[in-house]
Design a protein around this ligand. Sequence first.
Ligand code: SF4
Length: 330
Amino acid sequence: MNEERKILLEAEGIKKYFPVAGTLGKVVNHVKAVDDVLIRLYKGETMGLVGETGCGKSTLGRTLLKLTDPTAGKIYFDGEDITDYSESKMRLMRSKMQMVFQDPYTSLNPRKRVGQILEEVLSIHKICDRKDRMSVAMDTLRKVGLRPEHYYRYPHEFSGGQRQRIGLARALILNPLFVVCDEPVSALDVSIQAQIINLLQDLQRDCNLTYLFIAHDMSVVKYISTRIGVMYLGHLLEQAYTDDLFGMPMHPYTQALFSAVPETNPHIRKTRIVLKGEVPSPLNPPSGCVFHTRCPYAMPICKTVPPCQKEISRDHFVSCHLYDDEVSQG
Ligand code: SF4
């Protein structure tokens, strides 16, 4: 499965800090939304990103697309270093990198017909002549399971699932290589969720897409993802192939997160790991390992030294001192 993998996107040391202004407008602190993340996406795969609300998943997705500039780090897309690309250079690149949002309704202009919404994207990116835009928009609607007459309707005339299909059409009309799907099914009914997930998979196969799939529903992520990354307080704590991660979660946080997922096999009994305390503020994250204030295995070193990401088995990366050579031997 992973013999001929080609990297589509690679990001190293990615940080995204948001300044916090004091009473006189002076920057007094920073929200560390994403902190020193190393991530790689291979062509044609779906990388799932999980973690509690506010852990930095969406900010990481937006930073990889350069919808917001990283505070530090490097981003390589299809072999090009795009970290310092200007807005105009990014506009050309953006046709290859798209985003699908959680709430398609608020991201669609209610005053415009679906056809206009789609054609506007082509016009902004100066793709195809005016006369051809309508047929491209119609084709894209068909691709996402909508009918030609939908071209003439307004967003409010559609159901939630159909609106998400319009969101997908808008992202796919430029033939991107990479799509960040930010909680694309969270706002939908369960039966509709399955339809959209299946559509995403069909489109991936037909259009050779690579997805970063952000969600908090573990069963959805498990179903769709080739690999999964686990985030906590802006850090990527563990990443591995889906079966490896669910078969043997190594990081104490991943173990706790997965212990809360209901087991569908009635013969397997699970013990839920309940973490103590609250998630600390990203304004003032703990020193050392950011998880040490809640970790049941925390050691003295965890309070002062941030753990490095280690590959503990093939393509299974963990950031935790439990897997340092000295600790495991000691
Ligand atoms: Fe727990 Fe220490 Fe590992 Fe952090 S580094 S997860 S505190 S054992």
